[in-house]
Design a protein around this ligand. Structure first.
Ligand code: PLP
Length: 344
């Protein structure tokens, strides 16, 4: 790996971060707080929240087996995706490399930050070939974006190929594991101690059923997390989100039940799709959705909309011709989808 000092933009490396009242004093002993220009009335939302979300990280640390100092929490994964651009990439000069097809936010954030995003097509089984990805990197490539299980294809990327990328690239490799709780494949979290250029993203939005609270996580070396914390908005995760997340994390067995049910429904739905005359191919998935190649994706999409059922039309994406992406819903939602398609 190239040294962090060489990878990070000089203005960020030299940044003196904003120091909030809660950064300067965060002890528990005091009882009169006249330091942050807060209103003493309207408890319990009158005080600024913990800028480093220490309680929440302590709980997450136990569940994920990652020390709290290796965890960043943000306003959804969106924040954890945007920050590495601002930390590592010099606008108009540096570039990033991502797989394709993949999640749209990597490219959108690149465009917003005026960073070129070079996309390397997966093979026809949606698999990654490390050598092709590495060949697309040049001396201005700061970040490589991987997503496993991948969106919109649903499959996990080959673990050894991902490790080849992580070990063969001198810059930062981000692996987005938003769907890892649904996957057979293990998280790359255990690779963190031996791979200082690795950033792993996870989220409360999918398996944890909490898309509305906006809580994304990044796991990485302490040095990278420290820079994330320096650049983020001081109070980027609000108190209500921190509290709701603690509540959700206090009952991980409930989440296990949801995941089990969704995986059962997924296999039922996929088997039913295989029998549909309007479905030509279903793709192997490790997530709470699957990709299906249809006879006429656009017409079927419109037909479903007429019936009040919305799926994701991915048919204009490379390698996804005529494909719809189907999220697994409740049993009755899935049945509604099936009976509509049987009558198509
Ligand atoms: C849904 C999704 C996320 C989650 O984003 P949040 O901002 O945390 O809601 C992240 N990455 C991928 C690939 C996704 O599909």
């Amino acid at each position: 790996m190239i040294s962090l000092e060489q990878l990070v933009r000089p203005n960020i490396w030299n940044l003196a971060p904003y120091s909030s009242a809660r950064d300067e004093y965060s002890g528990k002993e005091a009882h009169v707080f006249l330091d942050a220009n807060e209103n003493p009335y309207n408890t319990t939302v009158n005080r600024y929240p913990d800028p480093l979300q220490r309680q929440l990280k302590a709980v997450l640390s136990k569940i994920k087996g990652v020390p709290a100092e290796n965890i960043f929490l943000g306003n959804g994964s969106d924040e954890a995706i945007d920050l590495p651009y601002r930390i590592f990439c010099e606008p108009g000069r540096d570039n990033v490399v991502s797989i394709a097809p993949t999640y749209g936010m990597y490219k959108v954030c690149a465009d917003i930050n005026n960073i070129e995003c070079k996309q390397v097509l997966l093979d026809d089984k949606f698999q990654l070939h490390a050598d092709q990805l590495l060949a697309a990197c040049d001396e201005h490539t700061k970040i490589v974006w991987l997503c496993s299980p991948n969106n919109p294809t649903g499959n996990s990327l080959d673990r050894d190929e991902m490790l080849k990328v992580i070990e063969g690239f001198g810059g930062i490799v981000v692996v987005d594991e938003a769907y890892i709780d649904f996957a057979q494949q293990l998280s790359l979290r255990q690779e963190l101690p031996t791979h200082p250029n690795l950033i792993i993203l996870q989220t409360m939005s999918k398996a944890w059923g909490s898309a509305a609270i906006r809580l994304g996580m990044a796991f990485a070396s302490r040095d990278i997390i420290d820079i994330y914390n320096k650049v983020k908005y001081p109070y980027n995760v609000n108190l209500l989100t921190q509290q709701k997340a603690m509540e959700m994390l206090s009952d991980p067995f409930e989440i296990d039940k949801w995941v089990k049910m969704l995986l059962q429904e997924r296999s039922r739905l996929m088997m039913a799709f295989a029998e549909l005359p309007c479905c030509e191919q279903i793709f192997k998935t490790d997530a709470n959705f699957f990709l299906a190649r249809m006879t006429d994706a656009q017409r079927i999409y419109d037909y479903l909309v007429e019936h009040g059922i919305i799926v994701r039309n991915r048919s204009r994406i490379q390698l996804c011709d005529n494909c719809l992406r189907i999220t697994i819903g409740t049993r009755s939602e899935n049945n509604e989808l099936l009976s509509a398609l049987r009558q198509y």
